[in-house]
Design a protein around this ligand. Structure first.
Ligand code: AVJ
Ligand code: FE
Length: 440
């Protein structure tokens, strides 16, 4: 064994094995308590039956960690088609001849066992032959992050089920006691380096490039339920002046009057969490609002949503002109810094993570709720689709808005300052909130 293998390949092989092990454990832990009837049902046209996601995760791994690496798979074009997110739209997945719960799990297990054996056998020749797919172990990072992303997707599917499917987990996050800080933070103008070239980053985060960001103010914390209630009580949903034209049409058509999963009860507002109704906690970041609701709130407050570049600069940049992987630095997330999966099953209170503040003092940027930004999902200058255009490239344009920072249902391996998520501006079932900004 030569030094190159010791320092290079073997180093990422351990990381790959660990990431795959973690993502699979998360998937199994999530689904273990869920009744089989819930797993096979399509609960909403917006979300697949759980069994589709499980077999899709297995099929994706079969394609990338077996067949793409010259290893025989277990299935062929028919299965690929059934579990292809593009050729099979979500709303019809419940009517398809899908694998059952046990079959889908067995499929995932079979693929994984073979993929791990393939990983053990990988050698320098494979690396040379396969090219950039294996640079730094990229394809393993891609498959592990993909599985983690589907775990979050499954959590939002389970949140749509009206019967109690998950018991609330005990929250390990301490109470904040820090109401004295100014609620917004000034970020000076000037260049900063946006994006990343790190080995496991997705194509849409690349390449790192210089952007000039004018000075701005950004909220120290995500907007809370209590703040959002003030907007509601001030007639925010009924006042057209706050709404973008398409947002107003959507609000009218859907009769929006409060975040998704909320209802007005005798004692005040309640929200449904995994089938259980409970009072809305006023000091938690607001969640399950679409981009139009976030945008309307910001206008009502005399502010606006931050652009992606502003969000990332506030999270990653230091006053000395360096960039960090997480707001607090390069150390991996822990309980004192961010609320990520698996934790309490809900956002933590505003102010809970003083130790997670960015260099500029902005808090709770990673975890708790995804944050809608003002920006459309567009490629960075010099973007190249890799390894396939259906991950990012086919979504570029003005149809999708970018979300940043990850939610409490996101795994640590699938979030960093540069990570970009996107969705339609009308979507509310995702774990999305927002914070506001303004020009300085
Ligand atoms: C990045 C969340 C928009 O769910 O469509 C999952 C992630 N890509 N499988 C999605 C993804 C392929 C993607 N989002
Ligand atoms: Fe997928």
């Amino acid at each position: 064994m030569d030094a190159r293998e010791l320092g290079g390949t073997l180093a990422w092989k351990d990381r790959a094995r660990e990431a795959l092990g973690t993502s699979r454990a998360r998937l199994l832990d999530l689904l273990r308590p869920v009744p089989p009837s819930v797993l096979v049902t399509q609960h909403s046209p917006l979300m697949s039956p759980v069994v589709w996601d499980v077999a899709h995760v297995a099929n994706y791994e079969e394609q990338w960690l077996l067949r793409a690496l010259g290893e025989p798979g277990f299935t062929g074009p028919e299965t690929d088609r059934l579990y292809d997110a593009f050729r099979t739209p979500r709303r019809i997945r419940g009517e398809l001849p899908l694998l059952g719960a046990e079959e889908a799990m067995a499929y995932a297990e079979q693929v994984r066992a073979r993929a791990l054996r393939r990983l053990e056998r990988l050698n320098d020749e494979d690396l040379a032959r396969t090219g950039p797919l294996l640079d730094g172990g990229f394809v393993y990072g891609m498959v592990a992050q993909h599985e983690q992303q589907h775990v979050e997707t499954l959590i939002s599917t389970l949140q749509l089920v009206t019967s109690t499917v998950l018991d609330p987990l005990p929250s390990e996050i301490p109470l904040p006691r820090r109401s004295v800080l100014a609620r917004e933070v000034h970020v000076p103008g000037g260049p900063f380096h946006m994006g990343t070239g790190e080995a496991w980053a997705y194509d849409n985060e690349r390449p790192r490039h210089r952007v000039d960001v004018p000075p701005f103010f950004i909220d120290r914390f995500p907007v809370s339920n209590g703040q959002f209630l003030a907007f509601m009580e001030d007639g925010g949903y009924a006042n057209r002046a706050h709404w973008a034209a398409e947002g107003w049409a959507f609000r009218q058509g859907e009769r929006l009057a409060h975040p998704l999963f909320w209802r007005r009860a005798r004692g005040g507002w309640e929200r449904r969490r995994f089938g259980t109704w409970e009072p809305v906690p006023p000091d938690e970041p607001v969640c399950h609002v679409c981009w139009y609701e976030a945008d309307a709130y910001a206008r009502w407050a005399g502010r606006r949503l931050p652009t992606e570049a502003e969000w990332e600069k506030a999270a990653a940049a230091t006053p000395e002109g360096k960039v960090r992987r997480y707001p607090w630095g390069d150390a991996p997330p822990d309980l004192s810094r961010a609320n990520l999966w698996p934790r309490g099953g809900q956002p933590a209170r505003v102010g809970a993570f003083a130790a997670g503040a960015s260099a500029f003092g902005v808090e709770q940027m990673i975890g708790d709720v995804w944050e809608w930004t003002a920006s459309d999902f567009q490629p960075y200058p010099g973007f190249r689709a890799f390894p396939y255009p259906e991950y990012s490239a086919v979504f570029f344009g003005s149809d999708y808005k970018v979300l940043r920072g990850g939610s409490w249902a996101v795994a640590p391996d699938a979030i960093r300052n540069t990570f970009r998520n996107w969705d339609y501006p009308i979507r509310r079932q995702i774990f999305a909130g927002f914070r506001c900004a303004r020009d300085a």
